[in-house]
Design a protein around this ligand. Sequence first.
Ligand SMILES: [Zn+2]
Length: 480
Amino acid sequence: MVEEIFNINKKNFSEWYNEILKVSDLVDLRYNVKGFLVYKPHAMQLIKKIYQIWEEELEKAGHKPVLFPLVIPPENFELEKEHVEGFKPEVFWITKAGDKKIEKLALRPTSETAFYQLYSTWIRSYSDLPLKCYQSCSVYRYETKATKPLIRGREFLWIEAHDVFETEKQALEQVKQDMEITRKVLLEKLGVPFIFFKRPEWDKFKGAVSTYTADTIMPDGRILQLPSTHYLGQKFAKAFNIKFADKDEEEKYPYQTCYGPGISRILSALISVHGDNKGLVLQFDISPVQIIIIPIIFDESKTEILEAVKKIKNMLKEYRVEIDNTEKRPGEKFYYWEMKGVPVRIEIGPKDVKNNQVVLVNRLGQKKTVKQEDLVKEIQKMSVDMYEELRTRAEKYFNSMINDADSFSELEKILKDKGGLVRVNFCSVEKEGEKCAGIIKEKTGGEVRGTKFSESEKSNGKCIICGKKSNCVVYVGRAY
Ligand SMILES: [Zn+2]
């Protein structure tokens, strides 16, 4: 029965992805507005955990929570020219209330222009700095590319942090701290590997001086952009007239940064990177159900087994535990909870009751019979081991998907056969390289994602497109 519900090989990733969203009851795609979806409890519980971890890290780093209005007046938008040009085609506008026409208001596509208008009144002197605020909310963009659940939608969940500093040095330090927060959460807690790229000049966040994005690789070899952090310099400060008096009473423009982990996308990365042919694979710390107890019932020992199950559940009060008491066969129950991604399963049958033991199985298939008095200790160990294995497995795949190409034809072949990120010599990530990047995009569908941050990978070769002396190594990949 259950076997028929989910039986899709992950090699066929796109089908696998759409199917797992449905059968594991994460989202409902039937909401009748295009590009919008409903997050069901299973997804929302995961999302709340991800938010919690991220918000904790942001607050540890000195950020405070705020909530700005969803609506932004047009006059705020007009202030930073590049920014408005970049977002214009995607902005939803509210123009009516009932039958009455009203002054139009934008639904936030991102909130720089909401925050900074008030930052200009909040910031007066150096003692108001640094100012570091974040909000957890949804944003709205009229995407014209094909939408994909959790990856590209017209509404998505995220966090946006907006920071202001006295000096450029402090702002650039913040960019690094944003990357460190990303590493702590995405890699260390969620086991999703990535590389931070400095994006090319032509592909920055509109209005930023420089943009850094964390890219991961999905099972089909496509690149998924995860959190990005942007150094804004004084561009927005000048546009919004944010000024502070320094220690010598001299009036100055501050330096700004913004940071945006997209939570919907992170959920899609978690599902995709760790999932397998049996369905979701969730880490112990974030799984809505951490432990499922499955009684193996025979009529003659039913009472004893149910007693033992109750006792075991009581021993595990600090965890999120459920008991599957349905009428299904044990095999069907295993299959169902595996598909839901539950990290630890406990099986108890007549023999286990007699021997004061249980069978412990993790979602990766490791099985162990343990004494009941050792249960908590064994579960802790199992959850750590499982996380380590998940992360190692993900990193192994990620690293195997980064390859070198010495020529355009080699690049073309790798992108076509395998995907992933391809390292090539390239003329420039400044304005003058845009033409060569355009040729790559047009012929292969691959994008120049940028140069690897923090490691200066120097090139001595020639640009694989124009043949000019190359001064940098860039990574090319087909992205979502
Ligand atoms: Zn070139």
